[in-house]
Ligand binder design. Structure first.
Ligand code: PLP
Length: 603
């Protein structure tokens, strides 16, 4: 496991056991050795539970999700009591980061005791949030309504208040205020509103464009004060309860976390002290709590951050406390909308390798025969009679030596050969960020981790697209070390893509009409000898479902047309069966058929 830096990005959730298999420790550090969930065994159990399960597959570990949520709250709790902060932390999950039903339901359920809420950025997300936060226990939890709003969005948010939810509409644009005022009087529901601040604090890197003077979202401080003035003029200043900001994902350092929180807290205090917004209660610090994807804990890597949950929480708490104390404003409730930090760890994507072939050498590379001829030439030249200049003799000698080394490497199988591993995957559908923003996730084999992975590899997907490959890995590597495929094992060489629980499913696209993966829910179980149980195993979208999304009426436009033609020719029996199976399975390859032929051809 050391080769893949699993200790770096994986602690405390992932480890390798004595068998050399990747394991999940659902409860972080508290789990005793030998109680981990063996990922290879999980995959085998999922295949057992549901015979038609297909790869690729997402394994979800709700226990990890719960641990993340508990850890975030523990971090804020500790920071608050250490600094004698006089208010509480009350976070929300930004639904956009993973809208899947099981995840939103799990988080709301695990978060009851913390009054943990949800953040929505669109009408569909708001409807999801309204349906998930229905329990009595959720009446305090925030339902933060972000994103651009029209009258319908506003009506939904007011309806959320009408059914007893703590919905807060955060103004992303000043114009939204008029819509809210109008709809609220029309429906007779009092709104609670917040304002999104466009801070000057800017983070470097990919996500930096979210903030700064030219950022896409929110209102600059002076416009926020105008909103307060306008509300006061309308006698509605009591509506304003929250100030929000979000400077972008993956904030690289705690200095920047503190800088943004200080700037926002300043605006908060000015609203209270100068603009009489004395009923303000909450400062919502948005997302941005980073994840260490490469395990370097470094602010210089774009896929890592130089802090953990504790340092993040304490930076925010200290910055806000200091600013508010100076301004003599009472400490606000602190909210964050941490997304990646909640859900990244709890799921992994399992890919199956179909075959591996050595990458063809460059055309101008010599064959072993040509190399031998060249060596002979230089060798003879280096042994010419003493009249030749000594320098020349040396040159030929060195050249002969270099070529001989190259030849011996070539004959020995060449450690420099790159192998293309064909994987049962669409990069576009499973890891859209790898394609879209050149993101790198930790990847490693699920088994054989006590064997040296001798092959430098790149991963090729199933799409007919040259971008459908993975050749950038954590640590800025262009290859991933893998094991030669072993026909004796009849396939079953799996790779895990880790920390992949955030954003990928929602950003997924349907290039070549490949769709989502199977999803397997794995719960820790003390009753089972394996330490886990497969709670559910569901297939991804079928070929028929994927075709339908492109506006075909599958029964009429596809089956009907093919059927008519096949009946004319008299082959509908065979064709009908193939079409039926084709439509009802996922579009990925079914390994049982593929394996027999391709695994025999391994280099
Ligand atoms: N809140 C808002 C307003 C966002 O736009 C985002 C992400 O884009 C988040 C929260 C979640 O951010 P993260 O996943 O970095 O915590």
């Amino acid at each position: 496991g050391g080769l893949y830096n699993i200790q770096g990005w994986g602690a405390p959730y992932f480890t390798v056991n004595m068998e050399g298999n990747l394991c999940v420790k659902a409860d972080g550090q508290e789990t005793k050795a030998g109680q981990e969930m063996d990922v290879l065994h999980v995959i085998q159990a999922a295949k057992q539970k549901r015979k038609d399960i297909q790869f690729p597959m997402i394994l979800r570990f709700p226990n990890v999700l719960k641990h993340r949520l508990d850890a975030l709250h523990a971090a804020f709790h500790t920071a608050i009591s250490r600094t004698r902060y006089t208010n509480t932390y009350q976070g929300v999950f930004p639904v956009k980061v993973n809208q899947n039903r099981a995840i939103v339901h799990d988080l709301v359920c695990f978060g009851h005791a913390y009054s943990y809420g949800l953040e929505a950025g669109s009408k569909p997300e708001l409807l999801i949030a309204m349906s998930c936060l229905t329990k009595e226990a959720n009446s305090r939890a925030f339902l933060v309504c972000n994103g651009y709003k029209d009258a319908e969005y506003v009506r939904l948010a007011l309806s959320a208040r009408a059914i007893g939810l703590n919905a807060i509409m955060v103004l992303d644009m000043e114009e939204e205020l008029d819509i809210i005022i109008h709809q609220s009087s029309k429906l007779g529901v009092e709104p609670v509103i917040g304002v999104r601040a466009k801070l000057l604090t800017k983070i470097p890197g990919h996500y930096g464009s979210t903030a700064g003077k030219h950022g896409k979202f929110g209102l600059p401080a002076d416009r926020i004060y105008e909103v307060a003035k306008k509300l006061k003029g309308l006698n509605k200043l009591h509506w304003l309860k929250l100030l929000h900001f979000h400077v972008g994902s993956m904030i690289p350092t705690t200095e920047l976390v503190a800088k943004a929180a200080t700037e926002a807290a300043d605006i908060y205090c000015t609203l209270v002290n100068k603009y009489d917004a004395v009923e303000m209660t909450t400062l919502d610090c948005g997302g941005g709590l980073g994840i260490d994807y490469d395990g370097t804990r470094s602010a210089d890597s774009d896929i890592s951050v130089a802090y953990g949950l504790e340092e993040y929480a304490s930076s925010i708490v200290q910055a806000v406390r200091t600013t508010c104390d100076k301004a003599m404003v009472s400490h606000p409730v602190l909210c964050t909308e941490s997304g990646q930090a909640m859900v990244s760890h709890h799921s992994m994507i399992i890919l199956e390798s179909l075959s591996a072939i050595p990458e063809p050498k460059d055309d101008d590379d010599d064959t072993p025969e040509q190399l031998r001829t060249k060596i002979q030439h230089h060798y003879s030249a280096s042994n010419l009679p003493t009249s030749t200049a000594v320098m020349d003799l040396q040159k030929h000698g060195i050249e002969a030596y270099k070529l001989a080394k190259k030849l011996s490497k070539r004959i020995a199988g060449d450690a420099n050969t790159i192998y293309n591993y064909h994987m049962n995957l669409s990069v576009f559908s499973l890891l859209p960020d790898v394609w879209g923003i050149k993101w790198r996730f930790p990847m490693m084999p699920v088994s054989r981790l006590n064997e040296e992975p001798t092959r430098m590899s790149t991963l090729i997907d199933l799409t007919c697209d040259s971008d459908g490959k993975i050749d950038k890995f954590i640590g800025n590597a262009e290859t991933l070390p893998l094991h030669p495929l072993d026909p004796e094992r009849g396939g079953c060489y799996y790779l895990a893509v880790l920390l992949s629980g955030a954003y990928q499913e929602a950003l997924s696209n349907k290039h070549n009409l490949f769709g989502g993966p199977s999803i397997v829910r794995v719960e820790k179980s003390t009753a089972a000898a394996t330490g886990f149980q497969i709670a559910t195993a569901d297939l991804g979208p079928t070929t028929e479902e994927l075709i339908s999304t492109m506006r075909y009426n599958v029964r009429q436009d596809i089956v009907g047309v093919i059927q008519r033609r096949a009946i004319e020719i008299g082959v509908w029996g065979m064709v009908g069966e193939a079409v039926h199976t084709g439509l009802t399975t996922m579009p990925y390859l079914i390994m049982e058929d593929h394996a027999a032929s391709s695994w025999k051809h391994q280099g």
